[in-house]
Design a protein around this ligand. Sequence first.
Ligand code: PGA
Length: 247
Amino acid sequence: MALQTSIDLRVVPANRFSETAADLVAETLRQQADAVVGLPTGNTPMPLYHELVRRCQRGTIDFSKMRVAVLDDFYGIPANSPISFYGWLCRALLDPLGISSERVLRIPTEGPGIERKCAEYERALKEMGGCELQVLGLGGNGHVGFNEPGSARDSRTRVVKLSAASRAASSAYWNGADVPDQGVTTGIGTILEARRILLLVSGARKAEILRRSLTGPISSDVPASFLREAANAVVIADEPAASLLER
Ligand code: PGA
């Protein structure tokens, strides 16, 4: 089925993927130096993060005021857990860019009072002015953040049960370590409020789910399909990921 969406789809050769994504982050920070950028972890954004660190070292992007909101993490892990997504983000990007914890809105990972903490995360994000740019990866099951299939369009930051597929994918990040069966994620409704959304998709194994996300029904069966209703969503896909799209 042909693409029936106003989404801004940019298909790039694999060797242009990280530069294209980094250009969009750079544009955001040029327009607003203290922009809040929502950031994911996972394999997909790593080339982008390497490129941002390179540009920081060269001095071509000013990250000195950038603020960050963490998209998701595991639930039930201590703040300094070796499998924390926040810790991963620190090592991969925040520390090399010199972004200290005062400029980071961390998603809560522990009870008690996790519902209240999730509501506080939402309130703090609003007080920061909301996300100027929300960067996302695409899960093999169509999730964005940990918004698993079944997530409602108006969902907010909350604890979710992780699907077996997402747990297996997450476990692989830590060489098969046991990972929690619950996560905490920014909601679909929260994500859709970002002024701009950047969905990153790379590799042939994401081709079918990208096709379903962009050309299938808009439904909670494929949470990423809701991004087609966002006012300002950009998809950067490399050629293997875009191989099943008719263009
Ligand atoms: P991946 O994960 O980038 O490691 O494929 C994407 C996601 O689950 O958001």
